[in-house]
Write a protein that binds this ligand. Structure first.
Ligand SMILES: [Fe+2]
Ligand SMILES: [Fe+2]
Length: 255
């Protein structure tokens, strides 16, 4: 099974890059499933139902998310009714939406996508290690393909979850920093891993945002609203080749 997994989609430039490239890439890469992290798709922070639909209509099969998922109130009723949109599984019990789902690719293979969020330098949430273990335990045994989007800041926490899950999931892919890391690898027991997929947005930026505003925040120590940078977005992510019999990763290639 070939899965194209894209990093955080940032604002309109990110959405436009998805719409312009994903349909073509699906064909060119023979991708059976396309997943994207949509937590920054609306104005750079959060996700509106309109933009979620737009991404799902552009050839993205599943949307994951992260710490900005609750930014737009109108998402709350939508997320309960849209199984293709996931939020971190380790929000406390009772949070709207769901943290995992099972999806069928174009090849007919079923894959579980699980979304979790880190706790180091992030908001307080339940333990991602235990919550992901619980989500995996709740999956049907015959769903051997399992991919985790771990939305986290600290490289150590991301690697720790990957080693914790090595051999039990097909891939652990980091998101949230918007900076792609050059460490794609397959761990000893067959789990593909990369610390961060990067972002779908404007490269000449900080997080897809205007660098001037961010510099000002650092220099002045005063709060200042991030503004989205204008320009042409490009895609970043990883292409996974997963073995549907064993659930192990065959390859991971960064995009
Ligand atoms: Fe993000
Ligand atoms: Fe994030």
């Amino acid at each position: 099974m070939i899965i194209l997994f894209l990093g955080d989609v940032v604002g309109r430039p990110g959405r436009e890059a998805v719409a312009a490239n994903v349909p073509k890439l699906r064909q060119a890469l023979a991708a059976d499933l396309v997943v994207a992290n949509g937590e920054n798709a609306s104005g750079g922070l959060g996700l509106t139902p309109k933009n979620a639909r737009e991404l799902l209509d552009s050839g993205v099969d599943v949307l994951t998310s992260g710490n900005h998922i609750w930014k737009h109130k109108e998402l709350l009723p939508y997320i309960d009714d849209e199984p293709r949109l996931l939020r971190p599984a380790n929000y406390p019990p009772g949070a709207p939406g769901r943290g995992a789902g099972v999806f069928t690719g174009a090849d007919g293979a079923r894959v579980a996508i699980v979304n979790a969020m880190g706790r180091t330098y992030m908001d307080d949430t339940d333990c991602p290690f235990r919550r992901v273990d619980e989500e995996l335990a709740a999956l049907p045994d015959d769903v051997v393909l399992r991919v985790v989007d771990f939305h986290a800041e600290a490289t150590s926490e991301k690697k720790a979850l990957a080693y914790h899950l090595d051999g039990r999931v097909s891939a652990v892919l980091g998101t949230h920093t918007h900076v792609q890391t050059n460490d794609a690898q397959i761990l000893g027991n067959g789990t593909a891993y990369v610390t961060d997929l990067g972002m779908c947005g404007v490269e000449d930026s900080i997080l897809g945002m205007d660098p001037g505003v961010i510099i000002e925040r650092f220099v002045s120590g005063m709060p200042k609203r991030f503004t989205l940078v204008k320009g042409q977005g490009r895609l970043q992510g990883a292409l996974l080749d997963l073995d549907p019999d064993s659930g192990r990763a065959v390859s991971i290639e960064l995009w």
